[in-house]
Design a protein around this ligand. Structure first.
Ligand SMILES: [Zn+2]
Length: 299
């Protein structure tokens, strides 16, 4: 499932390619993609729009259009946004790479297709069909994302901010990190990686962190996400980048999916448990399980 680094990778690749391009047409091949908006209505609204840029909020992709509007897309479990060459002539080496890219995003799973004015196409593919899109006026964006938490790569994500979010929470740290209303964009992979980097056990109650732990976890979340972006995202399932190619982060995981392998820090064996219904990987030796802090009674 794409998380912040995967979505950010797609953004960074496609923003310079899409900015300034005009959308000749949108074709919605699966009505579920844009429901409850009827496909023809969205197609008419987007046709002839000029793209002003591609951005990100949490795991959402924001395609800014002229007229103060944004086409918001979410990849959910298996969605991919891939730029595909059209009629433009290619040199042979580039042509080969793009041919491989086209093959890797199966046309069978195509949900929507944007035709750009330079002959290229932007494909939204999605085998599981949970991905979605909607068009929204820019003035309504803040309200739409009001429940989304802090951006972990922004200056607002401080140890104190993290501490304030966690205060009084008895939920395990793993569940706390997965909650998009706290830290936006962190999912199963990067929560495991961040907790390992911070040396914190995933079952520690979120509210049990002292300031030193909040500092360690803040730094660890940022480091884990930046490693993911440097690796071009993780392709452990369907994820492909904006060019249709696999990321490499799956080869760099410290603990995620590493059950039974030696801990890269202390050599103990990486364990797997299930937290919030999600497979969770950690080192039982060097990730400290914090105890619940005693609560003062209030009348
Ligand atoms: Zn260890």
């Amino acid at each position: 499932m794409p998380e912040l680094p995967e979505v950010e990778t797609v953004c960074r690749q496609l923003d310079p390619e899409l900015t300034g391009r005009r959308i000749e047409s949108l074709e919605v091949l699966d009505a579920r993609w844009c429901r409850p908006t009827p496909p023809r209505k969205l197609e008419r609204a987007v046709a002839d729009a000029t793209i002003e840029g591609l951005g990100r909020r949490g795991k959402y992709l924001l395609l800014a259009l002229d007229g103060e509007r944004t086409l918001v897309m979410h990849l959910r479990m298996t969605g991919n946004l891939v730029l595909v060459e059209g009629e433009r002539k290619l040199d042979p080496s580039e042509g080969r790479r793009l041919y491989e890219a086209e093959r890797s995003v199966s046309e069978r799973h195509l949900r929507a297709r944007l035709q750009l004015d330079d002959g290229r196409r932007l494909w939204f593919t999605d085998p599981r069909r949970f991905g979605e899109a909607f068009l929204i006026a820019n003035r309504k964006l803040d309200e739409r994302f009001a429940k989304l938490g802090v951006e972990p790569l922004s200056a607002e994500f401080t140890p104190d901010a993290l501490g304030a979010m966690a205060a009084g929470r008895t939920a395990p740290l793993k569940s706390f990190l997965l909650d998009q209303s706290g830290v936006a964009g962190v999912g199963n992979i990067y929560a495991d990686e961040a907790l390992f980097r911070a040396r914190l056990h995933p079952l520690s109650p979120a509210g049990s962190m002292k300031h030193e732990h909040q500092e360690a976890l803040r730094d660890a979340v940022v480091a884990a996400l930046e490693a993911g972006i440097d690796g071009g995202g993780a392709s452990i399932d369907d994820y492909r980048d904006g060019r249709g190619e696999k990321g490499t982060m799956q080869d760099e995981f410290l603990v995620h999916t590493r059950e039974g392998e030696p801990c890269p820090r202390c050599d103990a064996t990486i364990a797997r448990i299930v937290v919030s219904g999600r497979s969770t990987y950690y080192c039982p030796k060097c990730q400290v399980r914090l105890r619940k802090r005693p609560r003062r009674r209030r009348k």
